[in-house]
Design a protein around this ligand. Sequence first.
Ligand code: ADP
Ligand code: MG
Length: 240
Amino acid sequence: MNDPMTQTASSSLLRADGLTKSFRSGSEEVVVLDDLSMGVRAGEFVALVGESGSGKTTLLHLLAALDTPTKGEVYFEGRRLSEYREDDRALYRNEKIGFVWQMHYLLPEFSALENVVIPQLIRGCGMSKARARARELLVEVGLENAAQRRVGELSGGEQQRVSLARALANRPAILMADEPTGSLDHRTAERVVDLLENLHRAHQLTSVLATHNLDLARRANRTLRLANGKLTDWVVPIVP
Ligand SMILES: Nc1ncnc2c1ncn2[C@@H]1O[C@H](COP(=O)(O)OP(=O)(O)O)[C@@H](O)[C@H]1O
Ligand SMILES: [Mg+2]
């Protein structure tokens, strides 16, 4: 069956089952995700598309344990996130998932290198190891010459490259990106898309990307479309 539900088998690294999320808006209850199920296998690259306001960010937040569902469950390696203790949730967020946002959320006063070092220090890694890893990653994202520059002075494309390096600093299993090319011009976005695809392969990641960018969606193994709180498989149209 050509249905996202078929991916909910136990082989999924990450799985959502009957996920519902509603927000209260005044006296109204707005249902953003409505009994939604999906699964992502290890090594898969899944694109998530949907109109603005369809709930892509909400879904990524639930998958990343940055928020909790109103109903339903998220499973990582077959284990329910709702059964994690608070410190396990923190470990999951910090070590299993690398996140890239549309707005980079880097520390603008710090250098590119420092931005990639800091999450490693927070995790308890020693300084020299963290710096070596950060240098390696900055080379990989093509910023070997910008390692010492303040992030606030870098271009939008360069900042997203630093974000990618930072996301991978703690060797996550899963890369999640929320419209990572959303604020970039077409050519810059394309180069970030190339980089993302290369990093996905080189680091044997499992990637879930919310995007409006059809070029990015086209490179995914599967594209899921979010509309009216539900997910359906989607085939990216060929644009001449
Ligand atoms: N914390 C919140 N409180 C109330 N409503 C929210 C909250 N977060 C998201 N929403 C609503 O949920 C819907 C989906 O938002 P979002 O997940 O950001 O969509 P997308 O990322 O696809 O643009 C929107 O209508 C938004 O207003
Ligand atoms: Mg969003």
